[in-house]
Design a protein around this ligand. Structure first.
Ligand code: GDP
Ligand code: MG
Length: 180
């Protein structure tokens, strides 16, 4: 067997505190969900190995450790990002309204070489809550925002029920790989 080089892809996850960023990562990487809210502690990132076509890829997924409240994420957090995942909670309007800020903040801090082609992905999380009856952001509204920002791919997810989590991260990995 030939030793194939692994490609390391850095993905950063942004969005308001409480939207489910850490839960989505835990569901994707560890297949676990916790109802308890605990501030993210410990490692700055988690990794997941996957194969895309004939390429072995290591996704390095960077999470915020609660600093998103104060918007004081350091330079190292953004440096060398290959893809930016924006997350909001479909049941919380404010988390959708602040997406513009997160998008701008990423561009400002990461300073990607080509803003127009840099891969962003939007996730509308917690679609499981109340069977969808408590959602305040429609799929159309979210998709309109994505078109406005240059056709950002959009997934509706539930970290709790494991809905669309693998699909979303596969899209993220592919987008990061294309950008690499
Ligand atoms: P973060 O601050 O963005 O990292 O958010 P967390 O991942 O810590 O999640 C905040 C709270 O929302 C926790 O209590 C989670 O259990 C809960 N949560 C996260 N994702 C979901 C989801 O998809 N559905 C439901 N019902 N709760 C979720
Ligand atoms: Mg968190």
């Amino acid at each position: 067997m030939s030793a194939r080089r692994r490609t390391l892809l850095k993905v950063i996850v942004l969005g308001d505190s409480g939207v489910g960023k850490t839960s989505l990562m835990n569901q994707y990487v560890h297949k676990k969900f916790s109802q308890q809210y605990k501030a993210t502690i410990g490692a700055d990132f988690v990794t997941k190995e996957l194969q895309i076509d004939d390429k072995l890829v290591t996704l390095q997924i960077w999470d915020t450790a609660g600093q998103e409240r104060f918007q004081s994420l350091g330079v190292a957090f953004y440096r060398g990002a290959d893809c930016c995942v924006l997350v909001y909670d479909v049941n919380v309007m404010k988390s959708f309204d602040t997406l513009d800020n997160w998008h701008d903040e990423f561009i400002k801090q990461a300073n990607p070489p080509d803003i127009k082609t840099f891969p962003f992905i939007l996730l509308g999380n917690k679609i499981d809550i109340d069977g969808g009856n408590s959602r305040v952001v429609s799929e159309k509204k979210a998709k309109d925002w994505c078109s406005m920002k240059g056709n950002i791919p959009y997934f509706e997810t539930s970290a709790k029920e494991d809905i669309n989590v693998d699909a979303a991260f596969l899209c993220i990995a592919k987008a990061a790989l294309e950008n690499e």
